[in-house]
Design a protein. Structure first.
Length: 320
């Protein structure tokens, strides 16, 4: 294989991640769509796995959203075998559910990959690049989804690992060309009906032009900074919840003096653990008002028939 600058950069990114976390089982999985990002990732991982004595599994998800999707998946599987992957599986998924096609496909994909995890401690390597991170940050900004969303994707969040988050998309394309790999061009990536596609082809190029370059790198750097801040607040919130949590309820006195950002993190985790599935910012603020703006008001109704109420200095959540 030609050890070009692009190939070396992709390989270095994968090596750095494996130096940080290598499964004790010695089993790794790589999720491959057939596009340039995941193919370049697979090629680099295959070479490093051979040197380290790791067992590789290739996982190809067929979303069945386009005619000929089975052929695309089969082609990706064939390229993985040619790269030396001893175990390759094609995972067919049924894309359905709320939030549009993109959200439904993402849920189905991650569920299938998690179910196919070859060992309990395995990592699934994903081919997200710096450009993907920038698009994720912009989507979070546009939707007003909060700091955690703007913080983007984590580089290492077992079982998921994204070694290429600091690598530009142009590098993975160059690596594939240098290695003689033939990536698939997903037509959805150029379809203006998808928000991410418009960000990729219209918004980010315009921002790069207006701000004279470096936007994707700056957005990725901002995401990393926000993620550090969010992690610190989450750690504080975990300590507060440990003090405030009593028999499934929350002690208001333990939470009242905390900043709203900490209180809402405690409430969010508590409500999710209680079983609230679709928790919005409006729901969270209404529940937080039972602490920070208490005037004897009634309970707050949440999706799934759950009511959060305050009585005797405690918050409780019950099905009604």
């Amino acid at each position: 294989m030609t050890d070009s600058q692009a190939v070396a950069e992709v390989r270095r990114a994968v090596r750095t991640l494996l130096d940080e976390y290598e499964p004790a089982s010695g089993v790794l999985a790589v999720a491959v769509s057939g596009g340039a990002d995941s193919l370049a990732l697979a090629a680099a991982t295959a070479q490093l796995a051979a040197r380290r004595g790791l067992t590789l599994h290739g996982l190809v998800v067929d979303h069945q959203l386009q005619p000929g999707s089975a052929d695309v998946a089969g082609r990706a599987a064939k390229q993985l075998r040619a790269l030396g992957f001893p175990e390759v599986r094609v995972l067919e998924v049924d894309v359905r559910g709320p939030g549009g096609v993109e959200a439904a496909a993402r849920r189905a994909r991650y569920a299938a990959l998690r179910e196919a995890l070859p060992a309990p401690d395995s990592l699934v390597l994903l081919g997200h690049t710096r450009d993907d991170q920038a698009e994720t940050v912009l989507l979070g900004l546009g939707r007003g989804s909060g700091a955690r969303s703007i913080a983007g994707m984590r580089r290492l969040d077992p079982p998921w690992a994204r070694p290429l988050l600091d690598v530009p998309r142009a590098v993975t394309a160059a690596a594939c060309a240098d290695l003689g790999l033939d990536p698939w061009q997903d037509p959805h990536n150029a379809d203006p009906g998808f928000a991410r596609a418009r960000l990729r082809h219209e918004v980010l190029p315009l921002l790069e032009d207006v701000l004279q370059g470096g936007v994707a790198h700056a957005l990725a750097r901002t995401a990393a900074q926000l993620r550090e801040d969010a992690d610190a607040l989450d750690a504080i919130a975990a300590e507060v919840r440990e003090r405030a949590g009593k028999e499934g309820e929350l002690d208001v006195a333990e939470m009242a003096g905390e900043p709203p950002a900490v209180r809402r993190r405690v409430l969010r985790r508590w409500l999710l653990d209680t079983g609230v599935a679709e928790l919005t910012d409006a729901h969270l603020r209404a529940v937080d008002a039972l602490i920070g703006e208490w005037r004897g008001q009634g309970g707050v109704w949440l999706p799934g028939g759950l009511e959060v109420s305050r009585a005797h200095g405690r918050l409780s959540a019950r099905q009604r």
